[in-house]
Write a protein that binds this ligand. Structure first.
Ligand SMILES: O=C(O)c1ccccc1NCC(=O)[C@H](O)[C@H](O)COP(=O)(O)O
Length: 217
């Protein structure tokens, strides 16, 4: 099995950024939406000037932000990806895609019609983050969904050449169970946090389990 793409999301401090900089992550996510993990783009810009992130790509996560708000963040951080984690209209996603040189990822909260949603967004979105549906929360919930549906989502993503990240409650203890479903990508935030900070030991344990699994399968 090839190593899945890995995204560590919710980097909320300089120290978090130092912790994840030398990890196996391919993508680092910053939250520009209401959340305990919300960051300020000017601060992130300063952190990124001081820390070598070893070529990892930057994902900026928004929930129902305006085009102007996204552009303001882009002036500080030339992110590689804009992740739409709310109910943004397709017209806004298209406009951002055309104006900024970024990939567009659409977050979908997993439910019975997620496959249809993936198909309807496949042209505009370069990738999907399928996350758990938790009332009153958009993301970073630490809650898993039933991963037996992952192969169906993977088939659709491959059919349309979209990236696909499985999110929601992934942590060192359950990563092998998720890997049994051969995800294209994995996205996690709270599962590598201790006392609200990204934790090096948890990251090491997660990556060791993931790389061992990949080696033997
Ligand atoms: O992480 C947040 O606090 C958050 C808040 C609002 C919108 C999105 C948010 N996170 C987006 C992510 O991509 C997270 O990595 C994803 O929800 C998984 O989080 P977790 O269950 O904690 O691993």
């Amino acid at each position: 099995m090839v190593k899945p793409l890995l995204k560590y999301c919710g980097i909320r401090s300089y120290s978090d950024l130092q912790t994840v900089a030398s990890s196996q992550a391919d993508y680092l996510g910053f939250i520009f939406a209401d959340s305990k993990r919300k960051v300020d783009s000017k601060e992130v810009k300063e952190w990124l000037q001081k820390v070598n992130i070893n070529g990892k790509k930057i994902v900026a996560v928004f929930v129902n932000a305006t085009i102007e708000q996204i552009e303001t963040v882009y002036q500080d951080i030339k992110m590689d990806v804009v992740q739409f984690h709310g109910d943004e209209p397709v017209s806004e996603m298209n406009e951002i895609k055309n104006k900024l040189n970024v990939e567009i990822w659409k977050a979908l909260h997993q439910h019975s019609e997620t496959e249809e949603e993936m198909i309807s967004y496949h042209n505009i979105a370069d990738g999907f983050v399928v996350d758990s549906k938790v009332k009153g929360q958009r993301g970073g919930t630490g809650v898993t969904f039933d991963w037996t549906v992952v192969p169906k989502f993977t088939e659709i993503a491959k059919r349309y050449n979209n990236k696909l990240f499985i999110a929601g409650g992934v942590k060192p203890d359950n990563i092998e169970k998720l890997l049994d479903y051969h995800p294209i990508g994995i996205d996690l935030s709270s599962g590598i946090e201790l006392d609200e900070r990204k934790n090096k030991e948890m990251i090491n344990e997660l990556e060791e389990r993931m790389l061992n699994y990949v080696r033997i399968s």
